[in-house]
Design a protein around this ligand. Structure first.
Ligand code: CU
Length: 142
């Protein structure tokens, strides 16, 4: 029987395949604010469609000097924000960034943004790769 090297190669590849997370960014938007606003907030749903955990470590955008991941918390009736550490998203799970909770804190805008504009973002992950996303400026969630 002749060896089928193509088949052997395919089997070897399957044997070496490993579980991997896959980050998908959905419903990404930035709340519209008056021109010159010191800071803006972005929201999105981060979904892991892979078969291993995804660890989100941060985000960046060419349109902002600084992007950080925050969570609003109510402490004794006072609204405060705290920085989020790494966010672990289990396979099949999603993490929602929405008004009143987790948000992307956007500072140092490099251009004025008006409703309908879109902004490129890169969401960084521990495994590298991450995900690119387009956030649309809006006065309400999509
Ligand atoms: Cu914040």
């Amino acid at each position: 029987m002749r060896l089928n090297f193509g088949l052997l190669l395919a089997l070897a590849c399957v044997a070496h395949a490993h579980a991997a997370g896959r980050l998908v960014v959905e419903n990404a938007w930035i709340r519209a604010a008056p021109p010159g606003a010191m800071m803006l907030a972005g929201y999105a749903t981060l979904r892991n469609t892979g078969d291993a955990p995804v660890v989100v470590t941060g985000a960046s955008s060419p349109d902002f000097g600084d992007v950080s991941l925050h969570e609003s918390v109510n402490q004794s009736g006072v609204e405060r924000m705290r920085a989020l550490g790494d966010i672990v998203i289990a396979p099949g799970a999603s993490v929602v960034f929405a008004p009143g909770g987790k948000h992307f804190m956007l500072m140092g805008a490099r251009r004025d943004l008006k409703i309908g504009d879109s902004v490129e973002f890169h969401i960084a992950t521990k495994a590298g790769g991450g995900a690119d996303a387009r956030f649309v400026v809006s006065d309400a969630a999509p």
